[in-house]
Write a protein that binds this ligand. Sequence first.
Ligand code: CO
Length: 469
Amino acid sequence: MSADYTLGLTTQPNELTQLSLDVQGRIPSWLRGTLVRNGPGQFEMGQHHIRHWFDGYAMLHAFHIADGRVSYSNRFLKSKAYLNDQATGKLNYIGFAQDPCRALFRKFMTLFRADPGNNAVVNVTRLGDEFIAMTESPLTVRFDPRTLETLGVLDYDDDVAATLATAHPHYDSARGMGVNLMTEFGLQTKYQLFGITATERRKLTEIVSKDIAYMHSFGLTQRYAVIAQFSLRLGSAATVLLSGRPFIENFKFSPTTDTIFTIVELDTGRVVANVPTDAFFAFHHINAYEEGDEALIVDISAYPNADLIKQLYMEPLRRGETVDTGEFRRYYVPLNGKRATYERLVDVRVELPRINYRRNGLPYRYVYASASQPNQPTFLSQLAKVDTHLRHVTLWQEEGCYPGEPVFLSAPDSSAEDDGLVLSVVLDARRGTSFLLILDAASFGEVARAHVPQHIPFGFHGQFFGGVV
Ligand code: CO
């Protein structure tokens, strides 16, 4: 038996261009810009099937919003991975859990260099005038947010040799730069923080590590970067080379291996503390901030182990098997040599968390996330607004509906943290289509929805580019 949400795991072959959508409700006139979302749009190539949700071929979706109206476009990202595989009819690119073509994989791992077969499926961001799609590679792919045309790899004239980069860069407004965490494989593993613009990558720090932690995101306070080395580890890069197994399957979760919070001072690149805590795993940091000089508060959508990665293979997902959702954990990370501890802020399980990014690195109150109930471990079927002060949750849900990551937008001249809108793309399994849902962030009530005449496969992350229409 398959679950009713499997449509969200099904290829969408139709590419639409600026299709005007039916809108229910009234969209505020100040909302003007383009929401671009990224995620897999195709799950097979020729006779070959994608094994893991994270490895579908990237498709960009754009909701152009102006004057209360919405139009929709979607395009496959014409990455080298997609174009090569389309030309050969074979699934050959090196992905997250894809069974690697041995010869290609050896070459990639022997050189310890990222192969430019970049299926940039995870996220999008803006660097100056450049709009880029990202996966966990230092190579990002440029696109035009108006047409969704692919413009090629963003080239840097530098000698950055990292193998991995997160698809969750931060923006450090005080220092006016993007910040990203990269990992360089080699005889030694090095975690590196870079300050990033559209034209330059400047190394802020480099930390030599004895093993390799799989890290999908990191935290940023006003003074510090928070690198959480989760307990999903790989002994050395050579293991990947010798095993011939898909990339992520070389990593092992150890319940007896502490997770380590490495705290790096941004101005100096100095490691100020390595703070251990009991083993856990996460994809997404929520926010982090300083509590005086003594400690950091680090909020994370956390898991007691890394079973989620196995649950997100296409076969168990399509069968409707259990999918864990993260606990909202608040870690207290002392800088005085003691261990970090946590408490669970709310019972509702959260993933794909977003905040009012103006509060990133600062004490804050609200989190928006896709969600599920603790006793109903199924695919994300709710949206949650978490009030971290009152530890109260407001939910949005509708039967047969599966909402994706909620993106928060501040209203113009807003002062309250939750004065704004929340945008989420929802799969309506009963109608077999998707819609853009717009909620009032304060009340979490519906403001409007715009119906897309076809389904949008479940995606990962997106950004709203204000003024870009
Ligand atoms: Co992510």
